[in-house]
Design a protein around this ligand. Structure first.
Ligand SMILES: Cc1cc2nc3c(=O)[nH]c(=O)nc-3n(C[C@H](O)[C@H](O)[C@H](O)COP(=O)(O)OP(=O)(O)OC[C@H]3O[C@@H](n4cnc5c(N)ncnc54)[C@H](O)[C@@H]3O)c2cc1C
Length: 690
């Protein structure tokens, strides 16, 4: 009893102190509480306070980090069950983030309209996820905890993510697994029936839950079942093969979307009380990536052009274990899951002259297991940004293998010897099969060849702690937002974030906005909807009427190769400046020399692609502008000028902020807003995996 009372007094004092220090960091106030801070600490905080953020407040509650989420839920607004059915929520996207949000909100009693461009929610890109999903369950009793998952995610993101959001993600992670198991998701199990775990990059514990090499598929089937139940009970109205082409704002609030029926070509509007964008990442701006071909930036870019800030667009994840590019006409790259690095060892020949020889003929002492050599503590499970750079370094040094020397080996021989082929087959059988189908090589008998490729985008629309963008009512979930991974995402954390956002965060935070709104206040008949519909129609007609000579795909390819070359694994001021000169010229050519066959009132994949490429051509410029202004290296953003012998050199004094860009109407002059990152528990430190 006494302990509980004392704890609550201590907590109240902590809350008061952090309110004072974090929210009103003023010199006099700091002097008053000076006994708690040394002079230098107080001075440091005063200096910090000069780095004022000019984004909206992030909205995270004050107080001890570990109790923020509980406090926020306890003090968030509620909508009574009887009133929920009066609200309509528009959910764009039915991947893990969208399907989990739509199903949960409908179960809570809201009317939900859900949109996706595939023929079924089951085909969202989330289905491609292979390796696993993290959760701090500590089933292996190997020292894992919520704090450790939180800390490793912050460190993995190179100290460029928000502390409160990441802590919440780690807290919620355990509930996701319970939710999915209850849905019947067939996670791999140990012989005794317990859920199995494996390790992913950037960690020294085993916290990754998986379903062979098809974790995303199984999780999506779970979320899809939940969604289907709500569709059949009438709570969710599902619009498949329907593409959102614009956002409608009414008096500055997001109140609806304009969509195109991809089968009939009909353009129409949908009004609601809030809009949730769960539209995934934009890795395909690079043309070649491991993303599904349909992934695009359109939904978030159109919202950006209506006022939503785009945060950290240059933070791109290049995954180290992908099948190397095999020819100039390739349109897609294939991931070999990071989980393979649990049992596979990365190496290249020590001598350049050995690179063309069959791998089996290269003696053990002539192989360079470069990750184990450079990062002995984490070895082959170094985080993705670091492992990718290390592979590039070997290839730049002329020790790459395979066509063009753009590959390194991922070798399972040791594990097969130790565990037997059957064990490896059980863990990764479908991945080995996929590898063989694509390369014609049997990875049980010879090492896989892998090379880094674009895989995930940490940037996205800026959101606050409620997952609301700076446009009131517009919420953004999953890969489409920027919030949790900083400058580099750790493996198996995207599925965790998508499901955390959809199953647990948005159902608790959305009422904070809805409670301020009269339900059903707008209608598709309102002038704002008609105006945006007219704009969408006009744009579609324009794409069809250019009648030039080049396909949308050819523009996409040229843009992607340019961005990969100048803003890919390594970036320089010179290269970025060149890209920023070339992109507007390419865009100009697009609008004068594009050819889209067919018409707008029919199924027309070329028209869909043209619209998406038009957006990539605008967004690509923002991506390069963001990379140019960030004169430091951090995570996946590697500016060659800022490095210490191949390792990223951050500049926390100048750049420990979220870069949130505002559209100004002039693509070459976006306005930068800064949200300075303040850490309560974590201290900036040099990231080391040695
Ligand atoms: C090959 C591969 C393997 C991966 N493996 C893992 C893994 O093992 N573990 C992990 O944690 N992460 C993994 N990831 C990352 C992870 O899969 C994604 O980040 C995550 O699934 C994204 O989920 P999402 O719900 O945000 O978006 P998505 O699943 O991409 O869904 C987007 C949805 O939005 C809809 N949409 C988009 N734009 C529009 C529009 N304009 N109009 C209408 N609808 C629209 C789409 O139809 C779709 O329904 C992997 C990624 C890839 C590429």
């Amino acid at each position: 009893m006494r302990g509980g009372w004392w704890r609550s007094v201590v907590e109240k004092i902590q809350v008061w102190v952090s309110d004072v220090v974090l929210l009103q960091p003023d010199r006099d106030v700091l002097r008053k509480i000076k006994p708690m801070f040394s002079d230098s600490e107080a001075e440091a905080r005063i200096t910090d306070s000069r780095r004022r953020s000019d984004t909206p407040p992030d909205g995270a509650p004050s107080g001890p980090l570990a109790s923020k989420w509980t406090r926020h839920k306890d003090t968030s607004k509620l909508i009574s069950p009887a009133n929920r059915r009066k609200y309509t929520i528009i959910v764009v996207g039915s991947g893990l983030a969208g399907a989990s949000a739509a199903a949960t909100l409908s179960e809570q009693g809201y009317n939900v309209k859900c949109f996706c461009y595939q023929d079924s929610p089951r085909r969202a890109h989330s289905i491609a996820a292979q390796g696993g999903i993290n959760a701090a369950k500590n089933y292996h009793n190997d020292g894992d905890s919520v704090h450790r998952l939180f800390y490793e995610t912050i460190k993995g993101g190179d100290f460029r993510a928000r502390e409160a959001n990441v802590h919440r993600l780690a807290e919620v992670s355990a509930s996701i697994i319970d939710q999915c198991v209850a849905q019947g998701v067939p996670f791999a199990r140990e012989y005794g029936g317990l859920l199995a775990n494996r390790s992913f990059g950037g960690t020294q514990v085993s916290r990754t839950f998986y379903a062979a090499g098809q974790t995303g598929q199984q999780l999506l089937l779970g979320a899809y079942q939940a969604l289907s139940k709500e569709i059949s009970s009438g709570g969710v109205k599902m619009y498949a093969r329907t593409e959102m082409l614009d956002l409608v704002t009414v008096d500055g609030h997001a109140k609806g979307v304009v969509v195109r029926d991809m089968v009939t070509g009909k353009i129409s509007s949908h009004a609601g009380d809030a809009v949730l964008l769960c539209t995934g990442g934009y890795g395909n701006v690079f043309y070649l990536s491991t993303n599904a071909k349909g992934c695009n930036v359109t939904a978030t870019w159109r919202a950006h052009k209506r006022g939503a800030y785009f945060a950290n667009p240059c933070y791109t994840q290049i995954h180290p274990t992908c099948i190397p590019v095999s020819g100039a006409y390739q349109s897609k790259l294939t991931l070999m899951s990071e989980s393979l690095r649990n049992d596979g060892r990365c190496w290249v020949p020590k001598r350049k002259e050995d690179c063309g020889k069959p791998p089996a003929s290269i003696a053990e002492e002539d192989r360079d297991y470069y990750l184990e050599r450079k990062y002995p503590s984490f070895g082959n499970l170094a985080p993705r940004d670091i492992a990718s750079r290390a592979a590039k370094e070997q290839c730049d040094d002329g020790r790459g293998v395979g066509p063009g020397g753009l590959g390194v080996y991922l070798d399972f021989a040791d594990s097969i010897k130790r565990l037997g082929r059957k064990a490896i087959e059980e863990r990764y059988g479908n991945l080995f099969q996929m590898y063989e189908q694509i390369t014609g090589e049997n990875a049980y008998e010879q090492p896989m060849r892998i090379f880094p490729a674009v895989h995930y985008t940490m940037g996205g629309l800026w959101v606050d702690y409620n997952l609301m963008s700076n446009i009131p009512g517009l919420h953004v979930l999953g890969e489409a937002n920027f919030s949790d991974h900083g400058a580099n995402r750790l493996g198996a954390s995207a599925l965790m974030q998508g499901l955390a956002d959809g199953y647990f965060v948005i159902p608790a935070t959305l009422p904070n906005y809805l409670a301020t709104q009269k339900p059903g206040a707008v209608s598709e008949r309102d002038a704002d909807f008609k105006r945006v519909e007219a704009e969408v129609n006009e744009r579609t007609s324009k794409l069809l009427s250019i009648n030039g000579k080049r396909s949308a795909d050819s523009f996409h390819r040229e843009l992607g190769l340019l961005i990969w070359d100048k803003c890919g694994m390594a970036r320089t001021k010179e290269g970025l400046t060149e890209a920023l000169r070339k992109i507007p010229a390419l865009r100009e050519e697009f609008w004068s020399n594009l050819r889209v066959p067919g018409s707008g009132d029919q199924f027309n994949p070329q028209l869909e692609l043209a619209g998406r490429v038009a957006d990539f051509l605008e967004f690509g410029e923002l991506l390069c502008n963001d990379a140019l202004q960030r004169e430091e290296s951090c995570g996946g953003h590697f500016r060659s000028e800022y490095q210490d012998e191949g390792e990223a050199r951050r500049d926390d004094d100048q750049f420990s902020y979220v870069a949130a860009w505002e559209y100004t109407g002039d693509l070459s002059r976006p306005k930068l807003h800064k949200e300075w990152l303040e850490y309560q528990e974590v201290h900036f430190s040099t990231r080391s995996y040695r």
